[in-house]
Design a binder for this molecule. Structure first.
Ligand SMILES: Nc1nc2c(c(=O)[nH]1)N[C@H]1C(S)=C(S)[C@@H](COP(=O)(O)O)O[C@H]1N2
Ligand SMILES: [Mo]
Length: 532
């Protein structure tokens, strides 16, 4: 056995030699990067909440990702996450940012310029995205954010390497002094607090602004020149899904990460294109036009078999017939191309669907109140019988009468179908999937819809039995869904129930399932239940 000479190792707690950089541990360094990025995001959000909410760097980047995401990814996200797709997207952007910021923090002591450049880059990416989506002034929140992030990073790094007492100047490094661990941690903590207060402040300012906008809005809707006929009492089966969807339960689908808040006093709707007399209407001018009120069921093309992207409400709006009469549509027009104020969203509606006598309208109210922000305030399109993505543009800004050859809609560019007639669908709502059917009320019930055609028949099959005709609730009209029910009197135990509807043209829902992309899901809804 030979003995090798022992090299002296510095003790772990050896004091730092004067003039050397004291580099904090890995966790503290990574945290510094995260906190600096947090200050940037928080300050950016706060500044944007005061100037232009969509220009918040996190929101701008998230929105750009939604637009850029390939269609299958979007479809997958909506299917997997439903209404949580947006929070999850924001979370993913935040997570990527977190990792990037932690790496910058690890580098901040040894490669300070790289770390500073990294944080500054975040601000620039935010600024570029916000400007691309909005206008030049939208760079402002991100630029302030980048500067605040860099300042926070430098502050924390400096605090770790300098003493509050005058540092002994050396030839190698003048800024370094006695390591001050407590001072460093306090600075890091305070900076984190600034990040949280700025971000939280931005969220609070956003909420306060939307609440005050709502309060200013009031309930000043005109009375309809053509009121909706009262819904027959029999449309609603006892204990079933509400026939008129409570506004807070109404499904919501749109591409907007931040709910647009539009001030109606500065808003106007332009109607132009291939027309004799183009028209621009202020909100008050729109409200002064004749109004119809109608119960209409909306459905999304992304509704899965058995899904909940279908809701009914009482819409108040200017009938398209009044608009057509005013502007004089020229020969050759085959599509109505609508523009949203938000996110560059557009939709293609066939001209026939707004001129064939159905109750297509520019809606300003739902269930007796002005549209909520999420519902498209101040005005949106409603066209019965068509999926939402080809007909129901929210935050409406412009309607252009044109041709399919000339204009392509947002979702058509992303390979969804050009036309979107609502497919006949039916859904079992009672019992809930895997629930028990009560012995004292053994009723299977649900809804079926085939807007603008109407529901003629609903059939239910339990296990491998015969199709049985369900009894239909009172008909509210062809633009509405219809409730149905069937008494179950089979044996106790675990069963499967399936439903299929036939529309008023005589067409029965096909059995074969299809995906929602590109023109809507087909197939029969099926549930399992236990009977007592
Ligand atoms: N501006 C705008 N309008 C839009 C959309 C959108 O993404 N942006 N989505 C459409 C789709 S896909 C549907 S299904 C309906 C949903 O309307 P709702 O959210 O009021 O239920 O709005 C339509 N109008
Ligand atoms: Mo939709």
């Amino acid at each position: 056995m030979t003995l090798s000479p022992v090299r002296p190792r510095p003790a772990a707690d050896a004091p730092h030699p004067a003039g050397a950089v004291r580099v904090p541990g890995r966790t503290a360094r990574a945290l510094t990067g995260v906190v600096a990025a947090g200050v940037a995001v928080g300050v950016g959000h706060l500044v944007a909440s005061l100037t232009s909410p969509p220009a918040s760097p996190l929101i701008a980047v998230g929105s750009a990702l939604i637009d850029a995401a390939p269609t299958p990814a979007k479809t997958f996200a909506v299917r997997l996450l439903g209404n949580y797709d947006k929070p999850v997207l924001i979370g993913a952007v935040a997570l990527a940012l977190l990792v990037f910021a932690a790496v910058l923090g690890l580098l901040a002591w040894t490669h300070r310029r790289v770390a500073v450049a990294g944080i500054a880059l975040l601000g620039l990416v935010g600024a570029a995205t916000a400007v691309y989506r909005g206008g030049p002034v939208d760079a402002f929140p991100s630029l302030v954010a980048g500067a605040a992030g860099v300042a926070a990073l430098l502050l924390v790094v400096r605090r770790s390497t300098s003493s509050p007492r005058p540092a002994p100047a050396t030839a190698t490094d003048r800024s370094l002094g006695t390591p001050d661990r407590r001072g460093f941690l306090a600075t890091l903590g305070l900076t984190a607090l600034v990040a949280a207060l700025a971000g939280g402040g931005g969220v609070v300012v956003g909420r306060v602004r939307s609440a005050s906008a709502l309060a200013r809005r009031g309930a000043g809707l005109p009375t309809p020149t053509s009121p909706a006929p009262p819904l027959p009492a029999g449309v609603q089966l006892p204990g079933m899904t509400p026939f008129t969807t409570p506004v807070d339960d109404f499904y919501r689908v749109d591409i907007s990460l931040v709910t647009p808040q539009i001030d109606a006093s500065g808003w106007s709707l332009t109607i132009d294109g291939m027309v004799d007399t183009p028209l621009t209407l202020t909100y008050d001018e729109l409200l002064a036009m004749p109004m119809i009120e109608r119960d209409i069921t909306l459905t999304c093309v992304s509704n899965e078999v058995g899904g909940s992207y279908v809701s009914s409400g009482r819409w108040l709006g200017v009938p398209f017939s009044a608009i057509l009469e005013k502007v004089g549509v020229q020969a050759g027009v085959d599509q109505v191309y609508s523009y949203s104020l938000d996110s560059g969203y557009t939709a293609s509606t066939p001209i026939q669907a707004v001129s064939d006598g159905r109750d297509a309208m520019i809606a300003v109210g739902l269930d007796g109140k002005p549209l909520a922000d999420a519902r498209g305030y101040p005005a949106r399109m409603i066209v019965p019988g068509l999926f939402g993505f080809v007909a129901n543009t929210k935050w409406l800004e412009r309607i252009e009468f044109t041709t399919y050859a000339r204009r392509t809609a947002y979702w058509t560019e992303r390979k969804w179908a050009t036309d979107g007639p609502i497919l006949t669908q039916s859904r079992i709502d009672l019992p809930k999937s895997l629930a028990t059917l009560p012995k004292d009320k053994p009723v299977i019930a649900g809804v079926a819809w085939a807007q603008h055609r109407g529901i003629a028949k609903v059939e239910v099959r339990v296990d491998d039995g015969d199709w049985q005709e369900a009894s239909l609730a009172t008909d509210g009209g062809i633009d509405l869904w219809r409730q149905w029910s069937l008494r179950y009197d089979g044996p106790a135990g675990l069963h499967t129930a399936e439903v299929r509807a036939t529309d008023a043209t005589g067409a029965t829902q096909p059995e074969a399932r299809t995906k929602v992309f590109p023109d809507g899901a087909r197939g029969w809804h099926q549930i399992q239940f236990t009977s007592e």
